[in-house]
Design a protein. Structure first.
Length: 393
């Protein structure tokens, strides 16, 4: 299990988790000792994203040895034996970079369970682009679009319009794999490799927005289908741009993001601006928003193995009744480590272990899934529901 990669471990609605391990996409049942695997890649996986509304995952790999280039796969964790889509990047030899292909499928060529989508692809006039690895992937909330970011010199951003089969949940194993060879849009990315891409879960049909996180910047991208353009805006921090950004997550309210940065800073991003920030602890590795009703706004994982529960609240004045409040910012209200939580017999968390948490997911029932750099994966209850004590599973 590769827990060090941000956004590569995901919690499903039915109590399973999806993560990457070597060349495999792994689907593990957290309540029963069982695993299934997706084996559609020919090189080590570098990234994974999951769409909980459609139960679809998308994974990207590094450059394979020999002939060929990196690609991404869209697949269903409930039916992982075959990919639904395979996303590649080919360029026209005569007009490299101008990759606006038609979005209506034409005649398809069926070969070993795979079909070109759309079917106009001509292998005699196009060459596969050497992407040198897929660093981040994301799916639209409605399944109509997907994006992958590459590790080549251009830091290419490839956007694809997916077939209709990706817009509704799968009830059985796909009968064929759609191979998309020409991106709908291909643009140059930022100067740094994108470490994490995150689709906006609030997008309506026909709109695709996603966040792209690098070590030095957070960019908010939007695909405008009518104008056939992919545009981006960088998040503004103020006078002191931040470095060493580590994680980003969409909040439960539309238009807001939570982002972890240098020296334990947690940022509340609204639109393209940071509205509140505060230091919660040493080097935050990840954060997750919490569903309303639990009394807290977020859960954050720290580099020293601790977790922080907090809310966005007004800072108290420096001197009571003598100065104005300092403003709303993230407040650390409760700090704990897993060894402090009550656990079923035989499932106690080892004492003294201090993982560096890099992935964190919390569902609507306030159950959390955390993964660390040391390949530790834990599933525990925060105990925020009435009458439910927290416990490590």
């Amino acid at each position: 299990m590769e827990g060090a990669k941000p956004g590569s471990v995901h919690l499903t609605a039915d109590g399973r988790c999806v993560y990457i391990a070597a060349r495999l996409g792994v689907v593990e049942d957290l309540l029963r000792p069982s695993q299934t695997y997706f084996e559609g890649h020919n090189a080590e996986l570098l990234c994974l994203s999951y769409n909980s509304q459609l139960d679809l995952a998308i994974s990207g790999q590094q450059e394979p040895p020999g002939i060929g280039s990196s690609y991404a796969c869209v697949w269903c964790p409930s039916h992982p034996s075959r990919a639904l889509c395979e996303l590649r990047c080919f360029e026209d030899r005569k007009a490299a970079g101008q990759l606006k292909g038609p979005e209506i499928p034409r005649s398809r060529v069926r070969t070993e369970g795979k079909v070109d989508y759309p079917g106009w692809f001509d292998p005699t006039t196009m060459d596969e682009t050497q992407l040198r690895g897929i660093s981040a992937v994301a799916l639209a909330a409605h399944g109509r679009f997907a994006v992958m970011t590459a590790m080549d010199d251009k830091r290419s951003v490839c956007l694809f319009r997916l077939p209709d089969a990706a817009t509704k949940p799968l009830t059985t194993t796909p009968q064929q794999t759609y191979v998309l060879r020409v991106p709908t849009m291909l643009v140059r990315g930022s100067s740094n490799i994108c470490d994490l891409a995150l689709g906006n879960p609030f997008d309506p049909l026909g709109r695709f927005r996603f966040a792209g996180l690098t070590k030095t910047a957070l960019k908010l991208w939007e695909y405008r289908e009518g104008a056939k353009e992919l545009v981006s805006n960088a998040v503004v921090f103020g006078k002191a741009p931040q470095q060493h950004l580590s994680s980003v997550a969409y909040a439960w309210d539309a238009g807001q993001l939570l982002m972890c940065g240098k020296e334990g800073q947690l940022y509340n991003v609204q639109g393209c601006h940071v509205h509140q920030s505060g230091r919660l602890g040493p080097n935050l590795g990840c954060c997750a928003p919490l569903a309303p009703g639990g009394g807290f706004d977020y859960l954050a994982g720290c580099a020293d193995g601790a977790f922080v529960l907090g809310r966005f609240e007004q800072d108290p004045p420096v001197k009571a009744m003598k100065s104005r409040p300092l403003g709303i910012r993230p407040q650390a209200l409760e700090r704990f480590v897993l060894e402090d939580l009550p656990s079923p017999l035989g499932q106690e968390f080892p004492r003294g272990l201090r993982p560096h948490w890099r992935n964190l997911q919390v569902n609507e029932r306030w159950q959390a899934l955390a993964a660390s750099e040391g390949h530790i994966l834990v599933f525990f209850d925060l105990g925020l529901a009435p009458g439910e004590p927290g416990n490590d599973v």
